[in-house]
Design a protein. Structure first.
Length: 342
């Protein structure tokens, strides 16, 4: 085991167009707790072009050190170049723990970095801790179809790597003026010798509110019976200015696109208000929404499991309850809005 040769906790800092992804700040929060337990430093690995201005934010959110790899070759994300960036920093500074956000970029990068560093990666963790005696990272995640939580150790290789989905961990409250050390690293890469080029960046334009960013989500399940029934979910969401979520069964029935799926194989969400309508409350769904501030469940079955995970439960037929909610919310929100607007 190489334990003594590696020290510190590092977080890969994802940025796009010079903006830090929130999951990286959440990981700095989680990483800070691990570093304090191990009595080691917390670092961020920041790669990009013209991104030095982001270092203050990282210190304010808990980093002690930022390894800055800044070069035009890193203008856009490419697996090929960013892999070199992270691997070079990891080989030189040897963190014992290396964390990634489980975003599209993070999932891509973490797996290549783990392969290059010949170490293990525990993906989609929901809890990270350090064992007081062994000092090993304990990376926990749902396993066996979500029926058990498995705690995974990486005993023989370093760094111990883990990825965590957005909104699972909490970012620290920023400490204004907190300072740290910036260590500039050069990763020599010749653009002409690279095998991948970014020709054009096409951004998806959608007028639908994404469940990942929404404050209110109205989610529907198999209890909505069919595509027509599911339209009630859209109606309630529309009145509340909410995003629409769904269970896997609703998605698999073809009523809604997978990008609306909440849960273990969908998106993890943490809105202020979550409506779970016609949803039984299977563990694979609940792991994706249990961090919501307030959960309102509507189910015809008084024994439905979802009632164990909600703040307010309404036992009733969605086809009776939801139209009444829509009418009431319309009265409060739309009519009041009209009065307020004069
Ligand atoms: P059901 O379990 O069929 O529940 C329907 C509910 O509607 C029932 O509780 C019923 O009482 C209620 N109902 C019926 N009629 C009415 C009515 N008129 N009014 C009010 N209530 C009514 N699921 C996810 O959601 N997300 C995931 O990411 C996910 N990943 C998975 C990964 C794996 C590996 C596996 C094995 C499963 C996964 N699942 C996931 C599926 C999950 O186990 C459940 O099957 C699914 O969440 C159930 O969806 P549901 O609640 O819509 O349907």
């Amino acid at each position: 085991m190489e334990e003594r040769t590696h020290q510190g906790v590092a977080v890969y800092i994802e940025q796009r167009d010079g903006e830090v992804a929130h999951v990286s700040l959440e990981l700095l929060g989680a990483g800070r707790a691990l570093a304090d337990k191990l009595n080691v430093k917390l670092s961020g690995i920041l790669i990009g072009h013209n991104v030095k201005h982001l270092t203050d934010t990282l210190f304010e959110h808990g980093a002690d050190i930022v390894y800055l790899v800044d070069d035009p070759v890193f203008e856009q994300y490419r697996s090929e170049t960013y892999q070199h960036g992270v691997v070079d920093v990891a080989n030189k500074h040897k963190p014992e723990i290396l964390l990634f956000g489980a975003t599209i970029i993070g999932r891509d990068l973490a797996s290549i970095v783990a392969t290059s560093l010949e170490t293990g990666l525990t993906a989609d963790c929901t809890k990270l801790d350090v064992n007081e005696e062994t000092k090993l990272l304990e990376a926990s995640r749902p396993a066996m179809g979500g029926n058990i939580m498995a705690t995974i150790l990486c005993k023989k290789h370093r760094p111990q790597m883990a990825s965590v989905r957005p909104r699972v961990m909490k970012a620290l409250k920023p400490e204004a003026g907190r300072k740290g050390e910036v260590i500039v690293e050069k990763v020599p890469l010749d653009e002409n010798k690279l095998q991948t080029k970014v020709v054009e960046l096409v951004k998806e334009i959608s007028d639908e509110l994404s469940i990942a960013d929404a404050d209110i989500i109205v989610a529907g399940g198999k209890g909505m019976q069919d595509e027509i029934g599911f339209k009630l979910i859209y109606e309630l969401a529309d009145v509340l200015g909410a995003a629409v979520g769904a269970t896997r069964d609703a998605v698999e029935s073809g009523w809604i696109n997978h990008k609306h799926q909440v849960g273990q194989t969908g998106t993890t969400v943490a809105p202020k208000l979550y409506f779970a309508i016609g949803i039984s409350g299977a563990v694979q769904h609940v792991v994706g929404m249990e961090n919501s501030e307030v959960v309102v469940a509507i189910n015809i079955d008084p024994n439905a499991k979802i009632f164990e995970s909600c703040t307010y439960g309404i036992v009733g037929d969605a086809f009776e309850v939801v139209p009444k909610l829509i009418a009431e919310f319309k009265k409060i929100l739309v009519e009041d809005g009209e009065v307020a607007n004069g």
